[in-house]
Write a protein that binds this ligand. Structure first.
Ligand code: NDP
Ligand code: GDR
Length: 351
C-alpha cells in the first residue's frame, strides 16, 4: 500500500514542489488550502499535479480544521509548511505572525498527538532563527537570535517541535532551511521581485525597479532540491534537526547584478533604493553549514547561485514572451501591479 502524506500549505512554493516530489515517489498526497476570494492553485497547475492531489480546506487559526485534516487524510507523514512566510509583513501583523506561524504548529501537533502519535512530523524551520547572532556560517549548534516577529514565531515552532519529540515521543523534526528560490517563488520576495522586473524591463513592459536593503547577505538555494531534504529527514531511523543550505553567501546587490546581466542589461540604469522596502530590523548575514545533512542524509545542493539566477530570469522572460504572444497559462505575475505600485496606494502608520 502506498504511503500517505499531508502537506499543509500545498499551494505555496515548497508545497507544490513537495507534492510533485512525493507523487513521483508513489505517495498518496493530501494538502490543506485556505479559502481565499481568488483561489490560488496556480503552482499546482503549473507543475501539472493539481489533478493528482487531494485537497482539504483548513486554516492554521482554526484548530478544528487541523484536526479534521489529519482525520480525513490519516497520513503516515505530515509536512507542516503553511505559515505567514513573508518576514516584512510580520512587522505589520505581528500578532498574526504569532498566531499563524507560531501557535499554528501547536495546533497541528496537538491534532497529531490526539489522532495518531505515530505520524512523522516535519516542521518548516528557518535560517531566520539565527537573526544577527553570528558572523560565522550557521550550523545546528549556532545560537538563535531572532530579529523579526516572523522569526520569533518560528523559534516558538522550532521549540514546540522539539518538545513534542522529547516529551511525547513523536517523530518530530526541524528542517532549518536557508532561503530557497525558484520560478514558483512569491512575487514579493526579493529574488522573484528582481527576476520578474528584469524580464519586464527587457521586454519594455517596465522601466524601473525599487528595492530596499541591497547589502543583506543570503544563502540562496534551489527549492526543488530543498523539498527532497524534507523527505529525507523523515526517512531517518531517529528524529533530528538539520540545516539545509548551500554554504555560499551573496548580497542582494550581487543577485541584481547577475540577474540584469542574464538579460544583457546594466542594472544601474534601472535600480533605485526606496526606504519603503526597508524593515525595522533586518538580518545582515546568513550562510549555512550543511555538513550534518551531508553526512547523515547524503544531501547536497547541486544548483548554486549563478545557475539559480539564470533559471529564474530565463523562466520569467519566457513567460512574459509567451504572454505577449497571446498564450495563457497558470501564472501569478500578469495580475500583479508590482509592489511599488501597491505601496504607492497604501496607507500605513509611520514607524
Ligand atoms: P509560501 O508563502 O510560498 O507558502 C506558504 C503556504 O502557507 C501557502 O500555501 C499559504 O496559503 C499557506 N498559509 C498561509 N497562511 C495560512 C493559514 N492561516 N492557514 C493555512 N495556510 C496558510 O512559503 P514557502 O513555500 O516558501 O515556504 C514554506 C514554509 O517554509 C513556510 O513555513 C516558510 O516560513 C518556511 N521557510 C521557507 C523558506 C524559503 O526560503 N522559501 C526558508 C525557510 C523556511 P495561500 O496560498 O493561501 O497563501
Ligand atoms: P527573507 O526573504 O526575509 O530572507 O525570508 P526576502 O526575499 O523577503 O528578503 C531577503 C533580503 O532582501 C532584502 N530586500 C528586499 N526584500 C524584499 N522582499 N523586497 C525588497 O524590495 C527588498 N530589498 C531588499 C530584505 O531586506 C532581506 O534582507 C525568506 C522567506 O522565505 C522566509 O519565509 C524564510 O524563513 C527565509 O527566507 C529563510
Amino acid at each position: 500500500m502506498s504511503k500517505k502524506a499531508l502537506i499543509t500549505g500545498i499551494t505555496g512554493q515548497d508545497g507544490a514542489y513537495l507534492a510533485q516530489f512525493l507523487l513521483d515517489k508513489g505517495y498518496e498526497v493530501y494538502g490543506t488550502y485556505r479559502r481565499l476570494s481568488t483561489p490560488n492553485f496556480w503552482r499546482l497547475q503549473y507543475l501539472g499535479v493539481f489533478e493528482e492531489v487531494n485537497l482539504i480546506p483548513a486554516d492554521l487559526l482554526d484548530a478544528s480544521s487541523m484536526l479534521e485534516a489529519i482525520k480525513i487524510s490519516q497520513p503516515d507523514e505530515v509536512y507542516h509548511l503553511a505559515a505567514q512566510s513573508f518576514v516584512g509583513a510580520s512587522f505589520e501583523q505581528p500578532v498574526g505572525a504569532g498566531e499563524i506561524t507560531g501557535l499554528g504548529v501547536t495546533r497541528i501537533l496537538e491534532a497529531v498527538r490526539e489522532i495518531n502519535p505515530n505520524i512523522k512530523f516535519y516542521q518548516a524551520s528557518s535560517s531566520e532563527l539565527y537573526g544577527n547572532g553570528s558572523l560565522e556560517p550557521q550550523s545546528e549548534a549556532t545560537p538563535f537570535c531572532p530579529a523579526s516577529p516572523y522569526a520569533a514565531a518560528k523559534l516558538y515552532g522550532y521549540w514546540t517541535t522539539k518538545i513534542y519529540r522529547e516529551g511525547y515521543g513523536i517523530f518530530a523534526c526541524n528542517g532549518i532551511l536557508f532561503n530557497h528560490e525558484s520560478p514558483l517563488r512569491g512575487l514579493e520576495f526579493v529574488t522573484r521581485k528582481i527576476t520578474n522586473a528584469v524580464a519586464k524591463i527587457a521586454l519594455g513592459l517596465e522601466k524601473e525597479l525599487k528595492l530596499g536593503n541591497l547589502e543583506a547577505k543570503r544563502d540562496w538555494g534551489y527549492a526543488p532540491e530543498y523539498v527532497e531534504s524534507m523527505w529525507l529527514i523523515l526517512q531517518q531511523e531517529e528524529p533530528d534537526d538539520y540545516v539545509i543550505a548551500t554554504n555560499e553567501t551573496h548580497t542582494v546587490q550581487e543577485f541584481i547584478e547577475k540577474a540584469f546581466a542574464v538579460a544583457d542589461l546594466e542594472w544601474k540604469n534601472y535600480v533605485s533604493v526606496n526606504e519603503k522596502f526597508f524593515r525595522p530590523l533586518d538580518v545582515h548575514y546568513l550562510q549555512g553549514d550543511f555538513s550534518k545533512a551531508n553526512k547523515m542524509l547524503c544531501w547536497e545542493p547541486k544548483v548554486k547561485f549563478d545557475t539559480l539566477v539564470e533559471i529564474m530570469v530565463k523562466e520569467d522572460l519566457q513567460r512574459w514572451q509567451k504572454w505577449l504572444k497571446g498564450e495563457r497559462f497558470p501564472w501569478d505575475a500578469p495580475n500583479y501591479p508590482s509592489e511599488n505600485k501597491i505601496l504607492s496606494r497604501m496607507w500605513r502608520l509611520e514607524r
